[in-house]
Write a protein that binds this ligand. Structure first.
Ligand SMILES: [Zn+2]
Length: 556
C-alpha cells in the first residue's frame, strides 16, 4: 500500500505565452451575451427551451474563457453562468443544473475573492447547497462572508441565516485571530506556507511548496519588465494563507530554469511565491495532498523530446529490437524509511520486499536489455512521492516502474495485478486506489475533472501496453514455478505516484502481503527473484514489440 497523495482543487498546465495573448476588450462580447440573456428572460417560449438557456450560458462561458484573468469580466461571466444555471433549474428541476450553478459560484469566489461578486457567490452557493440538503457546506460558506466580507451586501443576509450565536462567536474569533497559536488549527482559516524544496538537473527543475493544510491557489505569469530589470516570472498565489516567519524568503536555485524564488505576504489573505524564469520552455503546476503541497515542474528548451513509441506495423529491424525506445529505466521500490507500507500477518514489511525486488530487477534488466537502470532508492530510506517522479523526469527515463504489494481486509484475496494511471473502472480498482492513496472512494470520484486535465499529458496508451506486457511476464514466469498464482489482470486507477511522470509509467502489485501464503512466499528470495525475472521478461517483450514512430515532442 502507499501513502500516496491526491490531486484536488486545481491543476494548471500551460505554455508561458498563453495568458497574455488577449488584449482586446471583453466588453462587446459580454454585452452581446447580456442582451441574449435579456431576450431569453422576456420570451415565455424561449424560457421553456433548455437549448436556449444553454446557448446563453455558452456565450458567457466564451467571455470567461477568452479573458480568464480579467478581474472585471471573468467573475461577472462566472456569475452570469451560475445565475443562468440556477434559473434553468427552476424550469428543469434537474439536480445537475444546481450543481453546475454551485460550481461556477465556487470558481468565482475562489479565483476572484476581491471581486464585488464574491460575497454574492458565497451566499448563493450556500443557499443552493442547503437546497441540496448539504447544510454544513452552506453554513461554512456563510461563515466565510462573516469573516471576510464584513459590510458587504450579503453580510446581513448571511448573518440572518447563521443566527446571532454563531455570528458573535465568529466575530470573537476574528478579533483574536492575530494572537492565535498554531495549535488552534481548526478555528484558523489560514494555511501556512511552511517550506520550499527543490531538485534540479540539467533541463529540469521541480520545486515543491509545502503548505500546512488544503487551500486554494492560482498560478499565472508576469511579463518581463525591462525598466525594473525583472525577467518573465511565474507566480503562485495561495489563499487564504500566511508565510511562515522562519521561512527563507529568497531562494536561489541552480540549473537556470526557475532561477530565484521569492515568497511574500502579497496582501492580508494571499501568500505569493514568485519564480524568476530562465530558459524555461514549459511549466506545469499541480498539487498533491496528505500533506498538501504544490508542485512546480519546469522544463528547459533542451529537455529531450520523448519519442513516440508504438506497436510495430511490420517486421522489426535490428535497431528497433535493440530498444531505441527504452534505454533508461527508473525502478521505484515502494515506501521506505518511516513509511513501512503494508504489513503482513506475521509482520513482513512491504518496504523491505519492494526494495529487494528492485535490486533483483535492476540486475535482471541490465543483463537482459543492457539498459541503464536507476533506482529511486537503493536503501531503506524515506522518499516523498513527488521526489520519485522527479527522479524519473530529471533522469529523462524512458520507463517508470513502481513496485508494491497489495493488501486487503479480506485475507483470502491473493494474486498479481498491474496498473496504469487512469480513472478507475470498477469497484475493486477503486478500493485498491483508495487504499494506496490513503483517501476515501468518494474523493477519488470528486477529482475526475482534474484528472482529465492531467491525463492529457500522460502516456496513457503506452502505459497501458506496458502494463499488459509486465502483467503477462509476471504471471507466466510465476506460474512456471509456483502453484495457485492468480492473474488479476491489468487495471486502471488514479494512483497518484504515477502523476507527473513524463514517460510510460506503471505500478505493479506483485502479490498480496495480507494473504498468509503469499506473505510466506514474499519472504523467500527465490520468489522475489522470480518476480523480478517476470517483470523484466515483460519489459523485454514490450521493447521487442515497440517501434519508434517519431520524435513528436513532449506530448503537448
Ligand atoms: Zn504500496
Amino acid at each position: 500500500m502507499c501513502i500516496i497523495s491526491l490531486i484536488i482543487f486545481a491543476s494548471l498546465s500551460f505554455n508561458s505565452n498563453e495568458i497574455f495573448a488577449k488584449s482586446t476588450s471583453p466588453r462587446p462580447q459580454y454585452s452581446a451575451a447580456w442582451k441574449a440573456y435579456k431576450r431569453l428572460t422576456k420570451s415565455p417560449r424561449l424560457r421553456k427551451d433548455r437549448r436556449a438557456w444553454l446557448k446563453v450560458i455558452r456565450a458567457f462561458r466564451k467571455v470567461y474563457l477568452s479573458w480568464p484573468e480579467n478581474e472585471v469580466y471573468a467573475p461577472k461571466s462566472l456569475y452570469m453562468m451560475a445565475r443562468l444555471y440556477k434559473e434553468l433549474y427552476g424550469y428543469s428541476g434537474r439536480k445537475k443544473d444546481l450543481r453546475e450553478a454551485i460550481e461556477r459560484y465556487e470558481v468565482l469566489f475562489e479565483r476572484f475573492p476581491q471581486s464585488p461578486y464574491a460575497d454574492d457567490a458565497l451566499y448563493h452557493a450556500g443557499v443552493l447547497y442547503l437546497r441540496m440538503g448539504q447544510k454544513e457546506k452552506a453554513l461554512s460558506y456563510w461563515k466565510r462572508i462573516i469573516l471576510d466580507y464584513e459590510g458587504s451586501d450579503y453580510y446581513r443576509k448571511a448573518a440572518r441565516r447563521l443566527g446571532k450565536k454563531k455570528v458573535s462567536k465568529l466575530k470573537a474569533q476574528k478579533r483574536t485571530y492575530g494572537t492565535r497559536t498554531s495549535g488552534d488549527v481548526l478555528a484558523n482559516p489560514y494555511a501556512v506556507v511552511k517550506d520550499i524544496r527543490h531538485w534540479s538537473e540539467k533541463d529540469y527543475t521541480r520545486v515543491v511548496i509545502d503548505v500546512s493544510k488544503n487551500t486554494h491557489y492560482h498560478a499565472g505569469f508576469l511579463s518581463e519588465n525591462r525598466k525594473k530589470g525583472l525577467p518573465k516570472r511565474l507566480y503562485i498565489d495561495i489563499t487564504p494563507a500566511r508565510v511562515a516567519k522562519d521561512l527563507e524568503k529568497k531562494i536561489v536555485i541552480s540549473g537556470g530554469l526557475l532561477k530565484r524564488v521569492r515568497i511574500a505576504q502579497y496582501d492580508r489573505d494571499t501568500a505569493r511565491v514568485v519564480f524568476d524564469l530562465g530558459k524555461t520552455s514549459k511549466t506545469k503546476v499541480f498539487n498533491l495532498e496528505d500533506p498538501f503541497r504544490i508542485v512546480v515542474d519546469a522544463f528547459g528548451e533542451k529537455y529531450p523530446q520523448r519519442p513516440l513509441c508504438l506497436p510495430p506495423k511490420g517486421k522489426l529491424t535490428l535497431a528497433q529490437q535493440l530498444g531505441l525506445c527504452v534505454r533508461r529505466i527508473v525502478v521505484d521500490a515502494g515506501h521506505g524509511g518511516k513509511d513501512p507500507g503494508a504489513i503482513g500477518p506475521t509482520g513482513l514489511r512491504e518496504k523491505d520486499v519492494t526494495l529487494k525486488i528492485a535490486h533483483f530487477l535492476k540486475k535482471e534488466l541490465e543483463k537482459r536489455l543492457n539498459a541503464e537502470v536507476i533506482l529511486t532508492r537503493s536503501t531503506d530510506k524515506y522518499l516523498p512521492l513527488e521526489q520519485r517522479t522527479a527522479i524519473a523526469n530529471a533522469k529523462k527515463a524512458d520507463l517508470f516502474i513502481s513496485i508494491h504489494c497489495n493488501a486487503a481486509p479480506n485475507r483470502r484475496l491473493k494474486g498479481v495485478e498491474t496498473y496504469f494511471l487512469n480513472f478507475a473502472l470498477d469497484e475493486e480498482a477503486m478500493r485498491v486506489a483508495a487504499l494506496e492513496n490513503a483517501t476515501s472512494r468518494r474523493r477519488i470520484g470528486d477529482i475526475k475533472g482534474i484528472l482529465t486535465k492531467i491525463m492529457k499529458n500522460s502516456k496513457v496508451e503506452e502505459s497501458k501496453r506496458l502494463s499488459k506486457f509486465i502483467q503477462n511476464g509476471l504471471v507466466t514466469t510465476l506460474k512456471k514455478r509456483y502453484s495457485g498464482i492468480s492473474d488479476l489482470g491489468v487495471k486502471q486507477a488514479p494512483f497518484f505516484v504515477l502523476i507527473g511522470a513524463r514517460m510510460p509509467a506503471v505500478l505493479t502489485e506483485v502479490s498480496f502481503i495480507s494473504n498468509k501464503r503469499e506473505e510466506r512466499r514474499l519472504r523467500s528470495p527465490k520468489y522475489l527473484e522470480a518476480i523480478a525475472k517476470g517483470i523484466a521478461a515483460g519489459i523485454e517483450e514490450y521493447v521487442k514489440n515497440t517501434e519508434l514512430i517519431a520524435n513528436l515532442g513532449m506530448g503537448n
